[in-house]
Design a protein around this ligand. Structure first.
Ligand code: SF4
Length: 247
């Protein structure tokens, strides 16, 4: 898209398209769109090959439109994932196009672009959001590799909490992030959040360095389960219900 022009759905740079998923919006059948680019660099990222924010897309929007035409009545949602889907201006017209085609819109985001999230929410374009709470406020910059990430993520969390849109708050927990879980629970509670899904980091699909480090951790599943028990107890005190799954 040239500067000064208005983005269209066709401008969305799509790195990949999964035609059917039952997990990307829990309880729904979705098509999942992996949007190109992310400003952050979490060590555990499962999509390190699509983080370049300037790289072109690999799948035209027309392929998504054709899929939706074929799957009418079989799918209910299109989940925009990434990468960081809110990086791209074209997400807004793409979400409009999905709605106009008769499907619901889901979004996976880390909250890096609260202005774009606000625009989507204000236009009523989102039916469900999975928001990754990456770390405690103090731990954000170190995890995502960008200063200034924590206030952006917090603005997004507050916008989402205030929107009334159905959502899931989740945190991917690595051995290095275990100690931040109590602070994250307190920060979620402070925004009025009532739940947090703790996802145990796994090595499959992650960058080789992270996968190797995780593989060397002694009894990582056992340590995660132990921390989960403590988080559930702390969550009960704070009014935050804690769930778990493998990331
Ligand atoms: S925010 Fe998501 S897509 Fe971006 S680096 Fe982190 S895990 Fe990967």
């Amino acid at each position: 898209m040239s500067p000064g022009t208005t983005a269209t759905a066709e401008d969305l740079r799509i790195a990949g398209l999964v035609p059917l998923s039952s997990v990307d919006r829990p309880g729904h059948l979705s098509a999942t769109v992996f949007c190109q680019g992310c400003p952050w660099r979490c060590g555990y990222c499962h999509n390190p090959s699509i983080l370049d924010p300037l790289a072109p897309g690999a799948v035209p929007f027309a392929a998504l439109a054709a899929l939706l035409e074929r799957r009418r009545g079989l799918l209910d949602t299109v989940v925009f994932s990434g990468g960081e889907a809110t990086l791209q201006h074209a997400l807004i017209p793409a979400a409009r196009a999905v709605r106009e085609a008769g499907f619901e819109v889901g979004l996976h985001t880390g909250g890096a672009f609260p202005g774009r999230l606000r625009a989507l929410l204000e236009e009523g374009l989102l039916d469900w959001v999975g928001l990754d709470v990456k770390a405690s406020r103090a731990g954000y910059a170190a995890l995502v590799g960008r200063p200034g990430a924590a206030p952006r993520a917090e603005r997004s969390l507050r916008l989402l909490r205030g929107s009334g849109v159905e959502h899931e708050l989740r945190m991917t927990v690595t051995p290095g992030l275990l100690g931040q879980v109590p602070a994250v629970l307190a920060e979620v509670a402070a925004t009025g959040g009532d739940h947090l899904v703790l996802q145990r980091a796994r090595s499959t699909g992650a960058a080789a360095g992270f996968a190797a480090t995780l593989g060397e951790e002694r009894d990582w599943p056992g340590r995660f389960e132990q921390a989960l028990g403590a988080a559930r107890a702390r969550g009960q005190e704070l009014g935050v219900e804690v769930f778990s799954r493998a990331a």
